[in-house]
Every structure is written in C-alpha cells, then in structure tokens.
Design a binder for this molecule. Structure first.
Ligand code: NAD
Length: 256
C-alpha cells in the first residue's frame, strides 16, 4: 500500500514543466492526498507551471525566484495565512551560468561559483529557515542532488562541488532540526532528460551510460522519483533523516 499524505501540506519549489522532477513529485504527493503550494520562477515559466499547479489543485500558486527575499517572505506569509502549518518542502532547484558550467572547475569564475552555490545550495537553507516555524508538528524537507557531488562525472563541472555542499548541508540541517521532529533528506536520481539537464554537455551520452551501467539497465523516471519522495515525506519514513537516497537503478554501486 502506498504512503498516505492525507491532511499534509507541502511546498514544492522547482517545477519548470511536465518533465521536471518536482512535477513527478507533485503528482505523487497529490495522489496520496497532500495539499500543495507550488511556485514558479518568473512570468515566462508561469505559463507552463500554472496549468500543472491547477491540475493538482494547488491551494497556493506564487512566484519565487529564490534570490528574491521579498518573494520568499511573501510565500511563507501566504502559507501561514492559508494553512498556519507546513508538513513538507521539496527544493528541486539548480542553476549555474553556462560559461562556468561548461568550463573546467578550476576556471570557474567567482561570480559563477557564488551564483551556482546561492541558487542551488544556500536557497535550501533559506527555505528551511522559512519553513521551520511553520513545521509546528515536525516535518520533512527534501532536496535534489546528483551522484556528481560524490564522484567526478564528466561534464558535470562546477555542479559537482555545489551538490557536495548541498548534501553536506542536508546532514547539518538534519542534525540541527531533528529535535523539532523535522527531517531533512536529499533525493539523488539518476540522469533524467529535463530542462536543467539539457544544460549539461552530452547529456544523452550520460543517460545512455547510466542505463548501461545500472544493474537493472534502466532509465529513471520522474514518477519513480515521486514515489520515493512520497514515502520520504510520509510518517512511515520518520526514522529517515540526513540521508542522500539514490533513485538510480543501482548505478551508484557499480565500479565503472
Ligand atoms: P528542471 O529544469 O525541470 O528544474 C530546475 C528548476 O530550477 C526549474 O524549475 C527552474 O525554474 C528552477 N530554478 C532555477 N533557478 C531558480 C531560481 N533562481 N529561483 C527559483 N527556481 C529556480 O530540471 P530538473 O532536472 O527537474 O532539476 C530539479 C533538481 O533535480 C535540480 O536540483 C537538479 O540538479 C536535480 N537533479 C536532476 C537530475 C537530472 O538528471 N535531471 C538528476 C539528479 C538531480
């Protein structure tokens, strides 16, 4: 039987379109009975995100550029006014300037490094800080990482160090918030063809190699990530925190 999320309220940050990992998760959360707040990056993406948010009957649909402090505080204010409580947050956001992403890590500019770190990693800390006072009965915070934060993956470039920092942040947040019943975990999916992924050079080759190397020889889907995320935010996963969990058909266990 799949985990129920009936009565739970969750915030989803990171839907760009129907291919987004966050969309796979939003559908799974909705199907399990959760009420959702969904954000979109800007006017351009609203056009794609709003119809999806309406499909899962999101109670709150608001803009959020994670670098915009006002939008961040307006979002948490809206959540407080609507629900007075929050049970889970999904942070599925990543960005690095193309020039820095496509170059060697050693050549990454200071500004590119800071932008990638701010949007892809520190934004998790900001979301956690906003969520903490609303998670009055405990809660679960999820982010999305990738194996390239742990091992060197060709063409993943500066996002590797950024994901390493993200996974470490998950452990520190989990340790700091555990006494409040707030769990923090990172999902680590295998390669999936999304808009963010299209920014990585030769991504199709990466997908093919991952499929061939994984024990099951399978490509991961956003639905399979959603199913795992649904479990993690449910009460059934109450003893799982500070972890990076692979949804990669076993790719991470293979030597290469
Ligand atoms: P995606 O392009 O669908 O999602 C990335 C999201 O980040 C988009 O919704 C975009 O609007 C958002 N974003 C970028 N800058 C932002 C900002 N300043 N403020 C708010 N939102 C911003 O791609 P995805 O693959 O679903 O990516 C989601 C997460 O999953 C990312 O953290 C990514 O690194 C991670 N991930 C992806 C894969 C993969 O193969 N696709 C594998 C492992 C982990």
């Amino acid at each position: 039987m799949s985990s129920t999320l009936k009565g739970k309220k969750g915030l989803i940050v990171g839907i760009a379109n129907e291919q987004s990992i966050a969309w796979g998760c939003a559908q799974a959360f909705h199907a399990a009975g959760a009420e959702l707040a969904i954000t979109y990056l800007n006017d351009k993406t609203e056009h794609f995100v709003r119809p999806l948010a309406e499909k899962v009957q999101a109670r709150i649909i608001l803009p959020l550029d994670v670098q915009n402090e006002n939008q961040m505080s307006e979002l948490f204010q809206a959540i407080e006014e609507t629900w007075d409580n929050l049970d889970f947050v999904l942070h599925a956001v990543a960005y690095a300037p193309q020039k820095d992403l496509h170059g060697r890590v050693i050549d990454c500019s200071v500004s590119g490094f800071l932008t990638a770190m701010d949007i892809s990693c520190h934004s998790l800390l900001r979301l956690a800080k906003g969520a903490e006072p609303l998670m009055k009965k405990g809660g679960c915070i999820l982010t999305a990482s990738y194996y390239g934060g742990e091992k060197v993956v060709e063409n993943y470039g500066i996002m590797g160090p950024v994901k390493a920092a993200l996974e470490s942040s998950v452990r520190y947040l989990a340790a700091e918030l555990g006494w409040k019943g707030i769990r923090v975990n990172a999902l680590s999916p295998g390669p999936i063809a999304t808009r963010a992924a299209s920014g990585i050079s030769d991504f199709a080759d990466l997908m093919e190699a991952a499929c061939l190397r994984s024990p099951g020889c399978e490509t991961v889907s956003i639905d399979s990530v959603g199913a795992y995320a649904r479990f993690l935010v449910s009460d059934e996963a109450r003893f799982v925190t500070g972890s990076t969990v692979y949804i990669d058909a076993g790719y991470n266990i293979m030597a290469g």
